[in-house]
Design a protein around this ligand. Structure first.
Ligand code: ADP
Ligand code: ADP
Length: 226
């Protein structure tokens, strides 16, 4: 059973040309799936439909065996990692990671255990009392992922998380994300317009053009048969 199944997904804004046109993609459990294509090809729209931030015009969106078309974002148990990481500058790293657990009114002992486990996995133990403003880009990214981990999400969704960074940092962070994803073994869907990112990060790459799925293949297959 796939972790995320998109069956014949269509999205029309108003009565315009479909932004996403009959797209079917299965994301396997633990797989790192890239959605790539030029600006306007529909990749953000598709990601937003997975997470529940955008209504689906037709088709079925499945998470595991659940059809989620009509479920609110909070009922889907997914974690979106935003471009700016959406960290709270006035909170410590510990409280940033703990935030979803505080919202859910979890007892302090459980919060503490989950935050300690996540920060050990992410090698953030030494930074728990610091504020995001004093962290490197890579550390901030890990805090954002820590927040996703403690929510025990079924999948990570990334929307162009590296597009604001300079080339050097982007290369470092790319390595870091790939390493973490493999270590955590969490199903991941990652949107980018960057070919290099697509070819180096993904287990498979879905290539979109004007809302249509053009190719769905491993980076190796795409390299040999572009
Ligand atoms: P990408 O992420 O690949 O750049 P988008 O998913 O943002 O592409 O956009 C796909 C198409 O849908 C584009 O033609 C875009 O103009 C259109 N679109 C995106 N969001 C909206 C919206 N809120 N209302 C109307 N059209 C939109
Ligand atoms: P709450 O509903 O607990 O008050 P929010 O208003 O912050 O919390 O968010 C609404 C719901 O959307 C959350 O419960 C959560 O499940 C979901 N959500 C929040 N942030 C994200 C995110 N980054 N990625 C995916 N889902 C999220």
């Amino acid at each position: 059973m796939a972790a995320i199944t998109m069956n014949n997904i269509v999205k029309k804004y108003g009565d315009g040309f479909p932004a996403v046109n009959d797209v079917s993609i299965d994301v396997a459990d633990g797989e790192f799936m890239i959605l790539v294509g030029p600006s306007g090809c529909g990749k953000s729209t598709l990601l937003r439909m997975i997470v529940g931030l955008e209504d689906i015009t037709s088709g079925d969106m499945m998470i595991g065996e659940r059809r989620v078309n009509d479920l609110a974002p909070r009922e889907r148990n997914l974690a979106m990692v935003f471009q700016n990481y959406a960290l709270y500058p006035h909170l410590t790293v510990y409280e940033n990671i703990a935030f979803p657990l505080r919202l859910a009114k979890k007892p302090d002992s459980e919060v503490d255990q989950l935050v300690r486990e996540a920060s050990a996995t992410l090698e953030l133990d030494e930074h728990l009392e610091r504020k995001p403003g004093n962290l490197s880009g890579g550390q901030r990214q890990r805090v954002a992922m820590g927040r996703a981990i403690v929510r025990q999400a079924d999948a990570f969704l990334f929307d162009e998380p590296l597009s604001n960074l300079d080339a050097k940092l982007r290369g470092q962070m790319r390595t870091e994300i790939a390493r973490l994803q493999k270590r955590l073994g969490i199903t991941t869907v990652y949107v980018t317009h960057d070919q290099t990112e697509a070819m180096t990060l993904g287990d498979r790459v879905a290539v979109l053009k004007r809302g249509i799925l053009q190719q769905l293949a491993t980076p190796r297959e795409l390299y040999e048969n572009p």
